[in-house]
Design a protein around this ligand. Sequence first.
Ligand SMILES: NC(=O)c1ccc[n+]([C@@H]2O[C@H](COP(=O)([O-])OP(=O)(O)OC[C@H]3O[C@@H](n4cnc5c(N)ncnc54)[C@H](OP(=O)(O)O)[C@@H]3O)[C@@H](O)[C@H]2O)c1
Length: 246
Amino acid sequence: MASIAGKVAIITGASRGIGRAIALKLAGNGASIVVNYAGNASKAQEVVAEIEQLGVQAIAIQADVSQVADIQRLFEQTLERFGKVDILVNNAGIAFYKPITQVTEEDFDQIFAINVKGTYFACQQAAQHMAEGGRIINFSSSTTVMMLPTYSAYVATKGAVEQITRVLAKELGAKAIAVNVISPGPTDTELFREGKTQEQIDRLAQMAAFGKLGEVQEIADVVAFLASDEARWITGQNIRVNGGIA
Ligand SMILES: NC(=O)c1ccc[n+]([C@@H]2O[C@H](COP(=O)([O-])OP(=O)(O)OC[C@H]3O[C@@H](n4cnc5c(N)ncnc54)[C@H](OP(=O)(O)O)[C@@H]3O)[C@@H](O)[C@H]2O)c1
């Protein structure tokens, strides 16, 4: 794959899980990396250290994406350090699985604040600061079409992210910024395993055509493609990276 050397990428939620794999993959392809995290400073620093071992520049920046002021500071600190932003990966997200009768107002507000408001206002910063030819890669989930009981609030946030992506692809097209969304299937991370029994995990794994859970590298490889010059004619698309689950 063509190098993205010289590009600057912000990856939200890059201290763990899929975000960490994306940070390492884009660094391996030569981009300077901003490792955003919410609370896990030591994990974020470990990712920075791994990237620096590749001979690539990286910085960890704490910012809670549910706070617009934090997102603004994330971009300000990135511009101070690297002078530009070429790639934004809106990966940070949370999930919970509850019957609708048990979902509280706080649950609802928190999941929308992180998954939707965070993505939206990071896109706003990108629209203001991103160089021409930039890439925004948002995160939905293949569960949006699986109609799984207890997922109503989570898939509502991801449906919103898909709609934001479609409109911004047209709106930011004039600046040659491509906006796409990735919809992973069940992928083996803390977020995926939390609150599930082994039986539930096995059942979800068996639903994929390949009969297994996704691995974080399988998602990161597709993000790297969307960030590359080879993907320059792809915008406004939802790429479902899920081993054929739905
Ligand atoms: N895993 C799956 O099966 C799956 C499937 C479909 C879609 N997805 C989507 O893929 C994305 C990544 O999921 P994952 O499984 O890798 O999650 P994860 O392992 O739980 O990691 C979540 C990451 O997001 C960060 N984060 C959480 N809240 C944040 C906030 N308010 N501000 C900034 N960062 C925050 C965490 O930072 P700290 O370490 O500092 O807490 C962490 O780096 C999410 O958008 C998720 O919805 C995942």
